[in-house]
Design a protein around this ligand. Sequence first.
Ligand SMILES: Nc1ncnc2c1ncn2[C@@H]1O[C@H](COP(=O)(O)OP(=O)(O)OP(=O)(O)O)[C@@H](O)[C@H]1O
Ligand SMILES: [Mg+2]
Length: 244
Amino acid sequence: MRALAVFQLKGGVGKTTTAVNLAAMAARSSVRTLVWDLDPQGAATWLLGVESDRKQDKVWSEGKPIGRFIHKTPYDKLDVLAADISLRKFHQSVADKKTARDSAASAIDRLGEDYELVIFDCPPILSPQIEGILQACDRILVPIEPSVLSIRAYEQSKEHLDWVKKKQWLPFVTQIDRRKAAHVQWAKEQAPKLDELLPIYIGHSASAERMLEMQAPIVECLPHVPFAKNYSALWEAVKDHLKL
Ligand SMILES: Nc1ncnc2c1ncn2[C@@H]1O[C@H](COP(=O)(O)OP(=O)(O)OP(=O)(O)O)[C@@H](O)[C@H]1O
Ligand SMILES: [Mg+2]
């Protein structure tokens, strides 16, 4: 069982879009996959066509059996541990990172019987709870859009999470628009400063909006558009790093 966190301190960069598309790609390549939605917005849950009627907060605060919170999605080999607004309590609680790490690590252990990959869709915060969950993951995938603030947020995370080994960070560029001179310049001057950057660039695409209209991962609803091809290339790269 491998655990991957999709994390970035900066909001709205494409974490959820990435989590659901990689999960759908993994499931398509026969990897039994669980998306663990950690965001009270529940966007990944919604995009995977699931509506939650359970309070995930209870998994964390009362150690409720995790299976009750897992839903099947319309896609073979892909399930989701649904999020709901109750997660706000979890993220605001004073639980320390060790408790969160131990709970996440033991949940990942138990999930290993049913899944080969769990992907955590993180909210854009760095609470002790999120840090504990990141500690239980094998790799941390970080979407970086072409902006100074995005790189800055990544550098801040690396500085704060100084226990993460360099090879565990998997930053990649997303929302790049090569028609914009500033993006081209950023790709030439800023991106090479991150020597661990994955060599896959996800373009800025109207297909991201289509995904929301169709309420489905792009690799499922429009698998032939360039945006879906970008994500299948990203999956190939991530798969190798996860040794799947
Ligand atoms: N490559 C892309 N091109 C164009 N729009 C994109 C792209 N990736 C994501 N988007 C759009 O950007 C918005 C934010 O995406 P998403 O929800 O995946 O980000 P997020 O990092 O998960 O946000 P949050 O921090 O709120 O959890 C959405 O409207 C999504 O459709
Ligand atoms: Mg999100």
